[in-house]
Design a protein around this ligand. Structure first.
Ligand SMILES: CC1=C(CCC(=O)O)c2cc3nc(cc4[nH]c(cc5[nH]c(cc1n2)c(C)c5CCC(=O)O)c(CCC(=O)O)c4C)C(CCC(=O)O)=C3C
Ligand SMILES: [Fe+2]
Length: 399
């Protein structure tokens, strides 16, 4: 991978460092690149998979053993690859329904089929312009830039940089298609809590915990473009807070609560993995649950706001650990669904592809928070990783 003398990264849409945040001209894409995290599909895959994920990351050995145990507990199989096969099929069905001729290629960051496999397949089928959907909604190194770096590395390792172009749809944390399944989930959970707990006061006796992956504080601070002036927790935390506010307002409206009543909620973090000496975003969801003990809370609603499907972080860290913490404290508790292949989500992803294909003006792009619509082309320095240092990335402006 090389950077041209005017600052453009080869393989990415050619825009200068001071180029546009949004691409308002149509682009004749040949195919969609569905980019997943990847997961093991049997006991023998567990260790090689974990090595792929943690290469060069300084994750303590004890943490790896603990995480290996989560996978071993489920036969060494993460459901994440099956989720992505289902999502691919759902996208294909929605594209066919709308008579849009865009094949979907699938490649993962950490397991087969790998991103370079998908890039090679694109080339073999004569595709030169790909629009990527990464299965990750928010801005941070792990949820945005790392996918873009893997695209750049994949183009380099296949020798196809300059031949195949990879663009990426904007981070979709505040796209209505992604947010609607969470609104439905919180509404349904509150209805259920009210039905099952006699005389429940939704204004004081429920706690909605919006949970997302913790990340190192240094990554959080660098999430999103510097120019936006976010606080120390960066765009990552700000985006989650903004979406949670929208979800709560919509769920409260659906329940027809009087305007005096607002349901208590907070943003919490899970799945921390660095050494204890390294600060990561807090509070941890289990600490937050235990801190509610002795207060008015009777019911806890856990919302996996940072995740698109019920993969290992949801199955283990929420459905096993966090629900157990609730049980320990005697709280009534439910975990609401992830978007999965909810029709709102699938339709929304196709809309995100079409807004790039058709060059929809930024003013016409759907978004439910004031932070969006997010950039088509990542800004200089966006989501960079100060621990790992600079690596070239596709679908953005250099550096
Ligand atoms: C922000 C974020 C998302 C959400 C965005 C997205 O969805 O992409 C996410 C998703 C996921 N993370 C996953 C798995 C793992 N993540 C790890 C480690 C890490 N994640 C991090 C962040 C994130 N991770 C970070 C900062 C690390 C430390 C290492 C590093 O600096 O990169 C490790 C290593 C062991 C451990 O320490 O836990 C594993 C096994 C799986 C697959 C689950 C399955 O198999 O079903 C998924 C979807
Ligand atoms: Fe992770």
């Amino acid at each position: 991978m090389s950077i041209t003398n005017n600052g453009m990264v080869l393989g990415a849409t050619p825009v200068a460092a001071d180029g546009p945040e949004w691409v308002a001209e149509p682009t004749a894409y040949d195919a969609i690149l569905l980019a997943g995290f990847g997961g093991p599909e049997g006991q023998e895959d567990v260790i090689p998979f974990l090595r792929n994920v943690t290469r060069g990351r300084g994750i303590p050995e004890e943490r790896l053993e603990e995480v290996a145990h989560h996978y071993r507990h489920f036969g060494g199989v993460s459901p994440i690859n099956e989720h992505n096969r289902e999502l691919k099929a759902a996208l294909e069905a929605e594209l066919a329904r709308r008579e849009i001729d865009l094949p979907v290629l699938w490649g993962n960051r950490n397991w087969e089929p790998y991103i370079p496999d998908a890039i090679r397949e694109a080339n073999e089928r004569g595709f030169t312009k790909l629009i990527a959907i990464a299965t990750s909604a928010y801005s941070s190194y792990s949820s945005c830039r790392q996918y873009r770096e893997d695209f750049a590395m994949g183009l380099e390792s296949t020798g196809l940089e300059g031949t195949v172009q990879i663009d990426k749809v904007r981070q979709f944390f505040d796209h209505p298609g992604f947010v609607q399944p969470f609104i439905d989930g919180v509404r349904d959970a509150l209805v259920k809590a009210r039905a099952e707990i006699d005389g429940l006061d939704l204004g004081s006796e429920v706690q909605v915990l919006f949970s997302t992956h913790s990340i190192p504080s240094t990554d959080a601070a660098k999430s999103g473009p510097e120019s936006r002036g976010f606080d120390a927790d960066g765009a990552y935390a700000a985006q989650h807070r903004a979406v949670a506010e929208v979800v709560m307002a919509a769920a409260e409206a659906a329940l027809e609560l009087d305007s005096e009543t607002s349901v208590p909620w907070q943003l919490v973090f899970q799945s921390r993995s660095g050494p204890p000496s390294m600060p990561w975003l807090e509070p941890d969801i289990n600490d937050a649950i235990h801190a509610l003990a002795g207060g008015p809370t009777k019911a806890v609603v856990i919302v996996p706001l940072g995740f698109v499907s019920d993969h290992m972080e949801v199955m283990w860290d929420l459905d096993n650990e966090a629900l157990e913490s609730c049980e320990d404290e005697g709280f009534w508790a439910v975990r609401t669904p992830t978007p999965g292949i909810d029709p709102n989500y699938v339709t929304g992803l196709v809309d995100l592809v079409l807004e790039r294909r058709d060059g929809v003006p930024v003013g016409d792009r759907p978004h439910v928070t004031d932070l969006g619509p997010w950039y088509d082309v990542c800004r200089p320095g966006c989501c960079e990783n100060v621990r790992l240092g600079f690596k070239p990335a596709a679908a953005g402006v250099a550096p």
